[in-house]
Design a binder for this molecule. Structure first.
Ligand SMILES: Cc1cc2nc3c(=O)[nH]c(=O)nc-3n(C[C@H](O)[C@H](O)[C@H](O)COP(=O)(O)OP(=O)(O)OC[C@H]3O[C@@H](n4cnc5c(N)ncnc54)[C@H](O)[C@@H]3O)c2cc1C
Length: 380
């Protein structure tokens, strides 16, 4: 008998398990795949973290808490979870990335610089922005490591007493007595409350709410650098390029093994897919498309593609998270629909899940993520 069962131990579920267990709850967690696997949304070595949030300034207070928790969790687990290397958000002056980042920076007093194309190229000759492009540079941007985060949160949760079962799929759950019976092939457990953090598989558990979510296939690429040392952390910031077609290229500074290549991807460029039947092979045409974009923007990377892997987005209609108590049962907390930009928030989402599960409310501003908002109903 557990206080809380967490379904899905990827990015969000592993953090929820830790925040619940550290507050003394009896936690049981289930994950259908091995720990820190590569079949969901939380793999591929790096995720951008940035504070001048172009999507909406309402995210900034959550980000500030997330930064603190990344530091704290890194120390507690003796893992480097937060690497700050600066971040450059580029586009034409009226593109969403530039307008939105500037609005967030001004609204929250975030230290930043605005640079024109010439200044950007002078400072980072690896980047070749077209004339007319501008960039907002923020010092506190950087990246966090998804697999290491899952491992760190799972280890901390276990140390605090959580019972975590990997390679154990939840096959169903039912209301029983005051709580729920959660079923797996090996065992059934009883829990008073549930946290549903099933990522791209969440739709199946959420009824009408689930119908509002769309799963997308998004490749990530690792290209060989013409000179690795020019791309290393300290020499190049995280960089995002807005685009009139919304095909946004973004890249990371080089870190880890030079034989692994430098990572780049497109933000929001994914075809709809079924998470169980998705094509995991990245095609030559996809690699060529990325290489063409690199040739115009980061030409020193536009050579050999060393690796490419598929990741999954779970998009809500308005691209805001779905995070709150379930509209039909307040003993169920839903953490889903992270729409391709959730990872940087992992520790604060874990904290919010613990607040909602154990106290029934949270001090964090989560109105934007309400599971009952109109945007979810209209397409549900
Ligand atoms: C290519 C790509 C780039 C991204 N870049 C960024 C970025 O730069 N910055 C950023 O902030 N975010 C980024 N994101 C988004 C971020 O990674 C996701 O929002 C986040 O990982 C979602 O975490 P999750 O826990 O919801 O999903 P997951 O980590 O996939 O976890 C869900 C888990 O539930 C498990 N599960 C499902 N069904 C069951 C079941 N029945 N029983 C047991 N377990 C089950 C799954 O196996 C899975 O492990 C990116 C995502 C992708 C794909």
């Amino acid at each position: 008998m557990a206080d809380v069962a967490v379904i899905g131990l990827g990015g969000m579920g592993s953090a929820a398990a830790w925040h619940l267990a550290r507050r003394g709850a009896t936690v049981v967690g289930f994950e259908r795949f091995p720990e820190a696997h590569a079949l969901g949304s939380s793999h591929g070595e790096s995720r951008v973290i940035r504070e001048a949030y172009f999507e909406d300034p309402a995210y900034v207070p959550l980000l500030r808490r997330a930064y603190d928790l990344w530091e704290e969790t890194g120390k507690a687990s003796q893992t480097t979870l937060l690497t700050l290397c600066g971040g450059l958000m580029m586009g034409r002056p009226d593109d969403d990335v530039v307008v939105g980042s500037t609005a967030s920076a001004r609204r929250w007093g975030i230290a930043h610089e605005v640079l024109d194309a010439g200044e950007i190229h002078h400072r980072w000759p690896q980047l070749t922005p077209a004339e007319g492009l501008v960039g907002l540079y923020e010092h506190r941007s950087g990246f966090v490591p998804p697999e290491a985060s899952v491992r760190a949160h799972a280890a901390l949760a276990r140390r605090a007493g959580a019972e975590l079962h990997f390679e154990t799929a939840v096959t169903g759950w039912h209301r029983e007595g005051q709580g729920f019976r959660v079923e797996t092939a090996e065992r059934d457990v009883h829990a008073d409350r549930l946290v549903l953090a099933a990522g791209s598989w969440a739709g199946r558990w959420l009824g009408a709410l689930g119908a509002a979510l769309t799963v997308r296939r998004v490749p990530m690429f690792w290209f060989e650098a013409d000179d690795w040392s020019r791309y290393e952390v300290g020499r190049l910031p995280v960089h995002v390029w807005d685009d009139p077609e919304r095909l946004r290229l973004y890249g990371f500074p080089a870190h880890g093994d030079p034989a692994g290549g430098v990572k780049v991807a497109f933000f929001r460029a994914g075809g709809e897919c079924d998470p169980d039947e998705v094509d995991r092979v990245v095609g030559d045409d996809e690699v060529d498309a990325m290489r063409r974009h690199l040739a115009a923007r980061v030409p020193g990377l536009a050579g050999r593609c060393l690796d490419a892997r598929v990741c999954l987005y779970t998009d809500s209609p308005d691209e805001h998270f779905v995070l709150g108590t379930h509209p039909e049962d307040d003993r169920i907390v839903v953490a889903a629909g992270f729409s391709g930009h959730g990872f940087k928030f992992v520790p604060v989402v874990g904290e919010i899940c613990a607040d909602l599960t154990l106290a029934g409310h949270t001090e964090h501003p989560v109105e934007l993520f309400s599971p009952t908002r109109a945007a979810l109903r209209s397409s549900g």
